[in-house]
Each structure stands twice: as C-alpha cells, then as structure tokens.
Design a protein around this ligand. Sequence first.
Ligand code: SF4
Ligand code: SF4
Length: 152
Amino acid sequence: MIRYFSRIYRVSKALLQGMGVTFCWLFKPAITVQYPDEKLTPAERFRGALTFDKETCTACLLCVKACPTACITLEPATDSVTKKRLAKVSWYQIDFGKCNYCRLCEEACPTKPIKSVRHTHDYEWGMKQRSDMFVKWRREQKKEETQLEKTA
Ligand code: SF4
Ligand code: SF4
C-alpha cells in the first residue's frame, strides 16, 4: 500500500516539474525559425558546400594531399604540343559523398587573395543519387597557353 502511494507521489511530482518547465517557457518569445520561409545567417566560418575556381587553380595538388578522405581528384592541363604540364587544371572533381567538410583543402590552397577551393555558406543542397555526389569542373584550355609553352 505504501509503495502504491509513494509511486503516485513520485509520478505526480515528475509531472508537475515537467509542467512547471513548460509553464516557464510559455511567456518567453518563440525562437523557432520557420524554415524555409525564414532563414538564419550562417556564422562567418560556416563550412557549407565547396566551390572551385577553375581559372585560378594552379593544379599544385596541395588540396589533394591535405584531404583526409581522398575525395578530390584533378588532372593538370598539359601543353598539346610539348606535353609539358601547365600550372592550370584540366578538370577538378570532388566526391561529396566522402567529403566531411573539414576545410583542410581550403587551408592548404595557396592561391591569393581568394582560395581556388573554398567553402560557401550554401547548406541547401541535396543529391538524389550517388552519381550526383561527384561534382566536376572542367576548364577549356586556351590557345595562348600552348603558344607560351612553345616559346618557353
Ligand atoms: S572539406 Fe575536407 S574532406 Fe572535404 S574535400 Fe576538403 S579536405 Fe577533403
Ligand atoms: S585548388 Fe588550390 S590547392 Fe588545390 S590544386 Fe588548385 S591551387 Fe592547388
């Protein structure tokens, strides 16, 4: 009998404590963001989707070496005549299925003033298939680059 009433007491006490917390929050302003109608501004160093600038990249491979998940692959551009490697990229690919958004690639990238590979504030993107997670940037090789190599 004593156990029965002590149980009722404990349950009632827990219920009232819970209701007390709810009651306290009743008069505080709501902080729920009505996404997607309302959006918060991400912090300055927020690590969103990566973007790549194919024109400034020097194909130095530092980002490839820094990446802990080996999700970056690239091919340096080569002179079509001499077959020498150029300080430009032919294509650059990130496998976002393996990327952990650690920023190590961006920190390793030496290009200034803006890093060729860098995080954006974009968090609103999704992929429906595994193949969509491979994002590739291609760069068209310019004729002058071949000419420069020839005269060098
Ligand atoms: S953010 Fe990290 S895991 Fe993703 S590509 Fe860069 S180094 Fe690799
Ligand atoms: S993105 Fe930056 S670190 Fe990576 S190859 Fe290009 S210049 Fe080098």
